[in-house]
Every structure is written in C-alpha cells, then in structure tokens.
Write a protein that binds this ligand. Structure first.
Ligand code: SF4
Length: 86
C-alpha cells in the first residue's frame, strides 16, 4: 500500500490548505529542507515528514516542493485543487 501522508495547513493568507507527501517517492535528497528547513524533517525511516505546515509562505512552500527531484510533495488549495505539481 502506498505510504502517503496528508498534513492540513492553515497559515494566514495562504491559498494552500493541504500538503501531501508520497513517502514511497522520497529518497531523502533533502532539497525540500534546503528551501524550507522549518517545514520538514527526516524521520527514522529517512523519509520526509511535515513538522510545521504553516512555517513558510506559499511561494516558499511551492519552491520547496519544486526542489524535490522525485516530485514527492503535492500541494492543494482550499477547494481541493492540486496546486503543485501542475
Ligand atoms: S526533496 Fe523530495 S526526496 Fe528529498 S527529502 Fe524532500 S521529499 Fe524527500
């Protein structure tokens, strides 16, 4: 079964209300953490988890997801539409 985790986001003024991580795709490249260190952490399986979904603004969060070489990070808006990847 796919190892997918969802994290609600409620940052003020944000259009992104959910972060989804496909942990099967995460290869611990930590590029996402280089962009938004406050948002992510590697767990003891060497897979990414969200530590603070509201720690950065939308542009930084999108840049963080863009930095992932395997596109393991998915972002959704308040209406459930996928914002990233497009
Ligand atoms: S950049 Fe992608 S592969 Fe690397 S740690 Fe983050 S989610 Fe995992």
């Amino acid at each position: 079964m796919a190892d997918i985790r969802e994290y609600p986001r409620s940052a003020e003024g944000s259009n992104i209300s959910k972060i989804v991580v496909d942990r099967d795709l995460c290869i611990a490249a930590v590029s996402c953490m280089a962009v938004a260190a406050e948002t992510w952490e590697l767990d003891d399986e060497n897979k990414i988890v969200v530590t603070d979904a509201n720690s950065v603004d939308d542009d930084t969060l999108i840049a963080s997801a863009e930095a992932c070489p395997t596109k393991a990070i998915f972002l959704y808006d308040t209406e459930g539409n996928q914002v990233f990847p497009k």
